[in-house]
Design a protein around this ligand. Structure first.
Ligand code: T46
Length: 142
């Protein structure tokens, strides 16, 4: 995973690898590896070549994203700067706080993106229009 300067609240977390001669295992525990209570887990897979996803921010949701297989790029936009992080390691997670616009691009074949979230699915928590996102960011700064 490349390490540019990330928006506030975005953090790369290294997971302990419990490997032995049989292979590898990673356990993610609330409060230890994941800095929030996990209420939902979902995973994105089978993404076709050239397809991008995301294009939203969340009002309140905290998440952690892990490329458990393959890789993809994730663009992070806090309304002031944009950085792109490559997710390509099953032993690292990227925390994704509220109010960070994110887009996932360049999924490798076979990429599986695991996402841990601190709340249940709620469409009302999504900001799916970038102009609306910018208005909220600028309103908070004023
Ligand atoms: C995010 C990025 C990283 C549900 O019914 N329940 C769920 O828990 C989720 C996550 C989605 N859905 C439904 C909503 C849509 O009809 O599944 C469909 C696809 O969701 P969406 O277009 O939001 O998928 P992505 O890949 O653009 O975004 C997802 C998450 O939705 C989002 O919270 O931060 O992954």
């Amino acid at each position: 995973m490349t390490l540019p300067t990330l928006p506030a609240g975005c953090r790369i977390i290294d997971f302990a690898l419990r490997g032995d001669e049989r292979g590898s295992l990673i356990a993610l525990e609330t409060g230890k590896d994941v800095p929030f209570d996990i209420r939902r887990t979902y995973y994105i897979f089978g993404t076709l070549e050239g397809v991008s996803r995301g294009f939203h921010a969340h009002h309140r949701l905290q998440q952690m994203v892990v490329a458990v297989s393959g890789s993809c790029d994730i663009l992070l936009d806090d309304g002031k700067e944009q950085v792109t992080v490559t997710l390509d390691r099953p032993d690292q997670g990227l925390t994704l706080p509220p109010m960070v616009w994110h887009e996932m691009h360049d999924f490798s074949p076979g990429c599986v993106l695991l996402v841990l979230a601190d709340d249940l699915y709620d469409e009302a928590d999504y900001i799916r229009n970038h102009d609306d996102f910018m208005a909220l960011v600028e309103g908070a700064a004023a």
